[in-house]
Design a protein around this ligand. Structure first.
Ligand SMILES: Cc1cc2nc3c(=O)[nH]c(=O)nc-3n(C[C@H](O)[C@H](O)[C@H](O)COP(=O)(O)OP(=O)(O)OC[C@H]3O[C@@H](n4cnc5c(N)ncnc54)[C@H](O)[C@@H]3O)c2cc1C
Ligand SMILES: NC(=O)c1ccc[n+]([C@@H]2O[C@H](COP(=O)([O-])OP(=O)(O)OC[C@H]3O[C@@H](n4cnc5c(N)ncnc54)[C@H](O)[C@@H]3O)[C@@H](O)[C@H]2O)c1
Length: 443
């Protein structure tokens, strides 16, 4: 029984059905989940249209074509072909081994939780009383607001700011931290802030939203730093939390602290709270597993896909331990922000003695060819282990040329090998050579 038919659930269901298991998938909205209809694909489509200078009408037509006009018939047909039974409705565990889907009970031996995540809406005076968007609406409706205020300068806020500003909206971002993309290396947020400001985006960094009020013609927003903004629409992009409520997890002895993911071990098996009273009834012979955003581990589609493969393998009895040391985190703005492995702030928290080497993309021949000098790459090594453990890059196509570094971190490739790799000329990928040499010399 797979609860939630998004990126992770779809892959688990198909994988287990292909292996000959009897699989049912419970889905309350669209089979395929967030990524193909409301998140990854429509956002990347609009960003591409913005880069190409298309009109909003063309861009939304292209987006709606790509998202199949929110029709999941093809996704359902593909799963049915694999032999997966699709159960439409809200699934809720009623006791170990049994799940209720809109009034009908179904039994299972193995259960996979893949219910995804949902936007976190901050409690702000007046916010609940005014019409707001989350990324779901921002990526599916035809409206182009004249003035858009985005709450949150994380990956979603930055991508959406670039989309809407490109098509002519007057955009402001309110970010309570002092910079954009706070989870990443400071230079990443700074380069992106510069790019967004050049497009006319009004960045209110270090300020929170204190209060919202609807006036006759618009929305009026008061900020904690004393500033104010007018908007026609507010987009809430202030983080997402794993969707764990209303699933009946307590029936299985699973406790999830508010805002956290379902706790999983390295095989993606769910950790049951031993201090809770044992669930009533005979437990089923199989296990409880989880994959995707609901685990709170990495919150990207590629991480969901990875965890899905780990679950399939372990359910089928072939042990596979997930390794999250090199899961990329990408913001598909222009320029792209690509981070992987340990960030400088994480290294600080972990007490790692970090050695950093960086290089400006402007110094590459490719930057001259592209006439685009924006960006920088930084590589992070663990001084005590003599290994590359993290990297961040801001630059055109960084989502493509940084894969090599991702492999190097995951494979723990020695710096002596990395410095011996030849890169094609003229590419942005050459930019990693000088910092690699610097790290090799200093370690
Ligand atoms: C705007 C935006 C842009 C993004 N861009 C990218 C990107 O470019 N690259 C990237 O890697 N990641 C991106 N992400 C993140 C990515 O979308 C998620 O990590 C991914 O969708 C998670 O997949 P999932 O299977 O865990 O959850 P989901 O795809 O959300 O699937 C969960 C499914 O479970 C269903 N469900 C939940 N509870 C129940 C229930 N009780 N009963 C029945 N059905 C239920 C839901 O309806 C949903 O369909 C983006 C996210 C957002 C919001
Ligand atoms: N390209 C991608 O892979 C991609 C793209 C978009 C989203 N995602 C996933 O979706 C997740 C959620 O993205 P997100 O950008 O919503 O969340 P986030 O948690 O990364 O960023 C939210 C930002 O909002 C700010 N914030 C929170 N409350 C605020 C308030 N009241 N006022 C002002 N600022 C406030 C936070 O300081 C933070 O910087 C990400 O963690 C990411 O994994 C991935």
């Amino acid at each position: 029984m797979v609860l939630g038919g998004g990126t992770a659930g779809e892959l688990v269901a198909a994988g287990l059905a292909q292996a000959g298991r009897d699989v049912a998938l419970v889905e309350n909205r669209l089979v395929g989940g967030e990524a193909p209809y409301f998140a990854d694909l429509p956002s990347k489509s609009l960003l591409l249209s913005a880069r190409r200078g298309e009109t909003w009408e063309l861009a939304t037509a292209r987006r709606d074509e790509l998202t199949a006009h929110l029709d999941d018939d093809n996704a359902c047909a593909a799963l049915a072909e694999e032999g997966v039974t699709i159960l439409r409705g809200w699934g809720k565990i009623v006791r170990p081994g049994a799940i209720d889907v809109d009034g009908t009970e179904h039994t299972y031996t193995d259960l996979v939780l893949s219910t995804g995540s949902e936007p976190a809406v901050p409690a702000i005076d007046g916010l609940a009383g005014v019409p707001t968007w989350t990324s779901d609406e921002a990526l599916s409706v035809p409206d182009l607001p004249r003035r858009l205020v985005i709450l949150g300068g994380g990956p979603i806020g930055c991508e959406m700011a670039q989309v809407y500003a490109s098509f002519g909206s007057q955009v402001a971002i309110i970010e309570s931290a002092g910079r954009l993309l706070t989870a990443e290396a400071p230079f990443a947020g700074e380069v992106l802030a510069d790019a967004l400001r050049r497009m006319g985006v009004d960045l209110r960094l270090g300020a929170g939203l204190a209060r919202v009020e609807r006036t006759d013609l618009a929305l009026r927003l008061w900020l904690t730093d004393g500033g104010a903004l007018e908007a026609d629409r507010i987009l809430i992009a202030a983080g997402r939390r794993p969707r764990t409520e209303g699933l009946g997890l307590e029936e299985l002895g699973i406790t999830v602290p508010p805002g956290h993911g379902v706790p999983v071990d390295e095989t993606c098996q769910v950790q049951v709270d031993a201090s809770m009273s044992p669930p009533d009834g005979e437990p089923p012979a199989g296990g409880i597993w989880a994959a995707g955003d609901v685990t709170g581990v990495a919150r990207t589609a590629h991480a969901a896909r990875y965890q899905a493969r780990v679950v399939v393998s372990n359910v089928l009895g072939k042990r596979w331990e997930a390794d999250y040391r090199a899961v990329p985190r990408v913001v598909y703005t222009t320029p792209t922000v690509y981070s992987v492995g340990v960030s400088p702030s994480q290294a600080g928290e972990l007490g790692i003695d970090l050695l950093t080497a960086g290089y400006d993309l402007a110094a590459t021949a490719r930057a001259a060819v592209e006439a685009d000098e924006r960006g920088r790459v930084e590589l992070y090594a663990d001084r005590s282990r003599g290994l590359l453990i993290g990297a961040a890059a801001v630059g055109l196509y960084a989502e493509e040329w940084m894969s090599e570094i991702t492999l190097a971190i995951r494979a723990e490739t020695p710096l002596s090998v990395l410095t011996d790799v030849v890169h094609a000329f003229p590419t942005y990928g050459e930019s990693i050579e000088p910092p690699l040499r610097e790290l090799a010399e200093r370690l």
